[in-house]
Design a protein around this ligand. Sequence first.
Ligand code: BES
Ligand code: MN
Ligand code: ZN
Length: 507
Amino acid sequence: MSPLPSFEITTSAPAGAEATGRLVGTGLVALGREGGVSEAVARRRGFGATVGERLVLVDDDRSEILLGAGDPGRFGTLEARRAAAVFARALASEAECVLDLRGVASLPARDLAQAVVEGISGASYRFEGYRSAPPEEPSRRIHLLVGEADLSAADEGVARGRCVAAAVAFARDVANRAPGDLTPTDLADAAGRLAASGGAEIEVFDEARIVAERLGGLLGVARGSAEPPNLVKMTYEPDDAVALRGPDGRVPTVALVGKGITFDSGGLSLKPPASMIDMKHDMSGAAAVLAVVAACRGLGVRVRVVAIAPITENMPGGRAIKPGDVLTIRNGKTIEVLNTDAEGRLVLSDGLVLATEEEPDAIVDVATLTGACVVALGGEVAGVMGNDSVVLGALEEAARRAGEPVWRLPLPSSYRRHLDSDIADLKNVGKEREAGALVAGLVLEEFVAGRPWAHLDIAGPAHVDEARYELQKGATAFGVRTLLEFVGAFEPDGAAGPRSADHLGVG
Ligand code: BES
Ligand code: MN
Ligand code: ZN
């Protein structure tokens, strides 16, 4: 919502900038340069230079802030992003400041600059869309100080960081909007503007098209709402698609499916009031996958990426589906709906079937799917499940690089019987209070037709109730940075490049 800071790369601190931040490792070796404070002073003030730590030193006319970078041998993009976020918060009122990146050398200049831009942009993000008198937000200019030899690499890193930050800001903005102000139609409109700005193709299925395409899960969930549903399909075609074709003549493709419930009341299986509070965030998966596809051109991604977002409210209107109703998903499988609050899996089932039709090398769905996953992993860690060890491994590695914590959970085939229905192919809920996150994953697995697939349950980390490092209170855009790392693994020379399928059996 508010403008993100602007960044400039420089080799010497510009005159006039009154605040300087400096990355300092726990060895404190880089101190004492250019009139900065000495190591002894920093130590005396109790500064240990661990990640997240800061020491503000104010002179007559300028301030200097030391930013802990931790063990220089272990300094990576996560540490850089966090230190930069601490810098942004400490100097939030400065219109112009300098961040000296020359103190830590263990990270390539491009990756360092990218992480710093992500950290500063993330921590500078504000959502003030609804205040009558929003606080004045001065535009900020930040000079990144690098060595002569690193100029062009840092420049590229800044451009990439900006691109990622814009994707993150989009996903946060839509998820932070009030549910009455972000109806399914509004979300599709926002996606249309985003696709145009990112050079991606977009197709929006309206209700008639959803009927024609037999998306019975999405239609069923939408029945209780006065707002029409839609399904957004956004596609990124790489510039050099012909050159990317494999031996089989196909361009490597990743399909991303995102849950787009713009408000989850629970439907007739109504949620209690306290549980409904955060349910405007129930479209965070859709926001993430759309943001990712729109960012691909700016990042020069060399794989085709398709996002599919089934979008609707889940409401208890007079025409709502009732517990006991049976829905037919696009692939013909039938689901008995015994709890209308387990709606995410219904809309995702249609989305996953559409995804399989793209014949992708990998499918990943992202969803605020289960409270059970929040019970298991808390508010900071997403659950990962899937049927393919290569896709799961690539997703975990991507999450590690993105600094978005995930933890793998199993999909035990023996739990499939929890989903046995008396009258349909399956029911939409398992046993009360038993393995809720896994059983939801098992529902989804029914709709991927054996294709390599992973499921990311972001019910916990999709939003936070207090700011920390690069996150602001509210929507986090969790998954955006992980998926942007992930798609790279499926580029022709990426870690998960062309390969044969390898399916994972659990239990
Ligand atoms: N959107 C919720 C999941 C959720 C819960 C997200 C808490 C974020 C925080 C989902 O649609 C839901 O209601 N799931 C039910 C499933 C149950 C009825 C089997 C749940 O987790 O309680
Ligand atoms: Mn629900
Ligand atoms: Zn939901």
